[in-house]
Design a protein around this ligand. Structure first.
Ligand SMILES: *Cc1c(COP(=O)(O)O)cnc(C)c1O
Length: 393
């Protein structure tokens, strides 16, 4: 059995009925990741289906504009379906097929993970059912239609807050009853073991590529890696291969929403405390009685009350630092990158840009920063237009 904890974080806080499913998954994953055929198949799909390696792009104009460190963008926005989530969805779909599962289920909030999962399921001929809160379905009607076009069944969750949290509970309930033929395809480096480790491994292709690419381009390692942190999968995916390179600084940017004091944010490290949510022990936004607090962010992908357990551990050990960007700062990052570089970032990724806008100017011109551009902004255009008061929607 591999390690279920990252320091005191992680674990498997699930009902007894789910333990056999987690154990089966852990065994299958441990075997698959050492299997030459599995690795070879994954590699082909990463290259020809996802479009990897994604470029490492020197953002010359952003570098000049900020006047400090040399800035590179790891272009996960150029991956198939427009974000890093496909790396995990394809990896887990391939694993599910290998395990002989006929069906995958997943939860989705903004719909991005639902689309990635439906895509992986279509690719590997798996039945697919996506749980989504009623309110989220209304907000993300286009993604619901996308999932259905890809052959997925989208099931409405009309209980509780009718959002992501309730959708996760429904998906877990389904899995408890259907584990024999069903794989639960969790979307980020969160949840009970082995998910945080497995998702990290499938995403760590980002950092393996980035490390080789920067060595080729600059002949040395970067000084700083910056990524946005929702559940934490794109950040840990970029960082994992660099963890032993002690001189490489790592900065995670959470959603500061309307500011920490407003209470309307998703900055778990700035405003949270130790707690258990959805199978794992980590930092959590909760009140004094342990009730999970409501969150807010302009970007749906960062709008979650807890954070992956490995991040809590990296923060404790001081290996990584965490900061946040407010909605306003993220929108500035969104506009700046779009105008300067002709690259429209996802609002999630715009938080990483906003982080870099503070960090890079304080660094020397000889230093190097890599920002993980986790996804493209096409999905957010209507939302940004509404905020800016443009009459497009
Ligand atoms: C979902 C999403 C995120 C946040 O998820 P992580 O697991 O923290 O990476 C970030 N960026 C984009 C584009 C997303 O779709």
């Amino acid at each position: 059995m591999s390690n279920r904890y990252f320091g005191k974080y992680g674990g498997q806080f699930v009902p007894e009925t789910l333990m056999p499913a987690l154990e089966e998954l852990e065994r299958a994953y441990e075997k698959a990741k050492r299997d030459k055929t599995f690795k070879a198949k994954l590699k082909v799909l990463q290259k020809d289906f996802i479009g990897r390696p994604t470029p490492l792009y020197f953002a010359e104009k952003l570098t000049k504009h900020l006047g400090g460190a040399k800035i590179y963008l790891k272009r996960e926005d150029m991956a198939h379906t427009g974000a890093h989530k496909i790396n995990n969805a394809v990896g887990q779909s391939l694993l599910a097929a290998r395990m002989g599962k006929k069906r995958v289920i997943a939860e989705t909030g903004a719909g991005q993970h639902g689309v990635a999962t439906a895509t992986g399921a279509a690719l590997l001929d798996l039945e697919c059912e996506i749980y989504m809160g009623t309110d989220d379905m209304k907000r993300q009607a286009l993604n619901v239609f996308r999932m259905r076009l890809l052959g997925a069944k989208v099931t409405e969750v009309d209980i509780g807050s009718r959002t992501l949290k309730d959708a996760i509970n429904e998906a877990l309930r389904d899995w408890t009853a259907s584990v024999r033929d069903t794989h639960y395809l969790l979307g980020t480096a969160f949840g009970p073991h082995p998910f945080p480790t497995m998702v990290r491994d499938f995403q760590s292709v980002i950092g393996r590529e980035a490390r080789a690419q920067i060595l080729r381009a600059e002949g040395r390692l970067p000084d700083c890696l910056i990524a946005c942190v929702g559940g934490g999968s794109n950040a840990i995916g970029l960082w994992h291969r660099f963890l032993k390179d002690k001189k490489v600084r790592m900065v995670g940017v959470e959603a500061g929403g309307k500011g920490i004091r407003s209470g309307e944010h998703a900055a778990r490290f700035a405003g949270g405390s130790l707690g258990v949510l959805q199978g794992t022990k980590s930092f959590l936004l909760q009140d004094a009685d342990g009730n999970v607090l409501g969150t807010h962010s302009v970007s749906a992908g960062l709008d979650y009350a807890s954070v992956g357990p490995e991040h809590a551990y990296l923060r404790d050990t001081g290996r990584a630092e965490y900061t946040y960007a407010t909605d306003k700062e993220a929108l500035k990052g969104f506009e700046l990158l779009t105008k300067l570089e002709g690259i429209m970032p996802a609002l999630e990724s715009a938080h990483a840009i906003a982080g870099a806008m503070k960090i890079a100017p304080k660094m020397k011109k000889s230093q190097i920063v890599i920002i993980n551009l986790s996804g493209r902004g096409d999905k957010d255009v209507q939302h940004v237009a509404a905020i800016m008061g443009e009459g497009v929607c």
